[in-house]
Design a protein around this ligand. Sequence first.
Ligand SMILES: Cc1cc2nc3c(=O)[nH]c(=O)nc-3n(C[C@H](O)[C@H](O)[C@H](O)COP(=O)(O)OP(=O)(O)OC[C@H]3O[C@@H](n4cnc5c(N)ncnc54)[C@H](O)[C@@H]3O)c2cc1C
Length: 616
Amino acid sequence: MRLTCAARGAFQQLRAPLALVRNVPRRSAHSSSGPFNAAVIGAGITGLTAAYRLSKRPDCTKVTIYEKSTRVGGWIDSEVIDVEDGQIVFEYGPRTLRAVAPACLPLLDLLHELKLEDQILYTSKASPASQNRYIYYPDHLIRLPSYDRNAGLISNFWRLFNLFTQEPIIRHALWTMISEPLKDEGQPATDESIASFVSRRLSPEIADVLVSSVYHGIFAGSIDQLSADTLMGLFRDYERTDLRVLGTMMENSREGRSTIPADDVLALVPLIQDKGTEYIKHLSGLVKSNSTLTLKKGVGQLTEALLAALKRSPKVEILRGTDVKGIFQNPNDSSGLGVVCGNNQTRHHNRLIATNSAPSLARQLEYVSKPDVKRPQKTIELLQDHNYAVTMMVVNLYYPNPNLIPVRGFGYLIPRSIPSEQNPERALGVIFASESGVGQDSAPGTKLTVMMGGHWWDGWQESDYPDHDTAIKMAQSLLQRHLNITDTPTVARARLQRDAIPQPTINYRQRMLALSDSAKGELNSRLTLAGAWYSLGSTGVVDGIRQAYVATEFGVGGVNHKTQELAADLFGILTDKEGEKANFRNMPNATGGGGGIPRAPIRAILTPRDSRQKYF
Ligand SMILES: Cc1cc2nc3c(=O)[nH]c(=O)nc-3n(C[C@H](O)[C@H](O)[C@H](O)COP(=O)(O)OP(=O)(O)OC[C@H]3O[C@@H](n4cnc5c(N)ncnc54)[C@H](O)[C@@H]3O)c2cc1C
């Protein structure tokens, strides 16, 4: 691969630390911890990835995975179904994985390690699924503005002009955006909801229609409850500048600067250390023209391949159907934690990575009540406070007719402002699944997924949820009303996903940082938290994998000087600021020799284009 001059310079700058780490055994990266035996609770994507990474560490002597279910994968659940003319894939959990560097680079590395490259299906940025995203408002589909790479400048302008003249909400959005920089800053001292932030900066209507739809799609959550500081922290920072949000975004774009979550960069450190900068650039090149990816037999192919790789490792023991009941700190031995399983057997581990939900972990830490075992009371309370996740129904439908959907695209989302007569099913959105996973099905036809519930079902009892057949009828009725689809699906399967998506509610980040500190302090840095319930930003498969990389590199045992220097160099080069290096030299203060929620000492970095392009 040819390097640009700038990239060559960067490569040379990284060369010194790289050369150092390449010439010493891998073990030296974690020299301060010594040999240890580790355990992971949960075999979802985060737990499986963490176990896989730990199994590669020479200083990790044994990895035990505890999974309460008899299957692995957690929310990842793909089904390959035979139909008349071939096969189709239904997803009951995640289906499209973000393919944006640097966030997706650990995922790509994992796919490479598991030899799944030829199973990847990329969705190009120019495809209808990337270009066309709709909302249903007020009673028809509106295509959200985006630049169509397949059309010229004039047709793009014409399309925007038409949207502007025909759709009052788009007209309103443009006006409010243009006037945003003129509004005074009015930020409350603490966190606020997304609805509050967007209403202040733009308008309540934009929050109700456009923004509520987006968060129905990502969190199935309510913008009245989701935290602006956690999910829109960057924009809140921009609000405090003279140019406000839009002005700062335009200025950054004009100067070629973009913001990257610092944890995404931190996760690259082990990759650079093991495989070098060229490898990072190679992986980034794979996704340059793509927006998402999936696998030929569904996302479940990834967890199946991880399971197979773990089974091959003599270090790994996988205990399926094993519910962890208790976790405790042995009063006579500060070097580890005891884990009590369903059969009341206790095992001891030097390091534990928990990926199960916060309420489940709180129960485990409360379980052991021997007089000499000190309970981590503050940690338990913080975990008990983090107890809100939404339940949703996923309905997959397959029709042999390939021409059922009136438009092409990823699908549509339904805003909270839609009156219940138009959405009595309380649907969140519809995915045009044959378009979002092109190449998965060998049978022709149309595949649709209807998502219902989420925050709309808060407070519902078990008996309130629709059963399997009712859910399918509800989905069909919605599709008839919204898309005029009257055909009967030949395969239809619904799944109720209880407490599936944890919600980062107001003050979430602050609570998570307190949880991280107390877990570290009360459990002697032996308990590390990772996964969807402990994410400090977005939650998805890519984020779980990234957290597993960060947790196994920086959250388990000490981080040695060379790893730290490499991280400092990387941040220094990416930001083009010597000052950022200092932040990263202090990293052990943030990661503290392991435990808690491992993370970078700062939240995000601003990278000039030239610096960024040296890596991705
Ligand atoms: C319907 C749906 C659609 C989604 N769509 C997408 C998407 O398109 N793209 C995307 O990127 N993300 C998507 N997500 C989010 C993504 O699926 C999750 O963020 C991710 O799978 C979480 O993985 P995890 O390993 O952190 O947690 P989990 O998958 O929840 O794994 C935790 C594991 O811990 C186990 N466990 C719990 N308690 C115990 C115990 N006491 N003892 C032992 N084991 C225990 C559980 O059985 C489980 O296997 C979706 C989620 C849902 C529900």
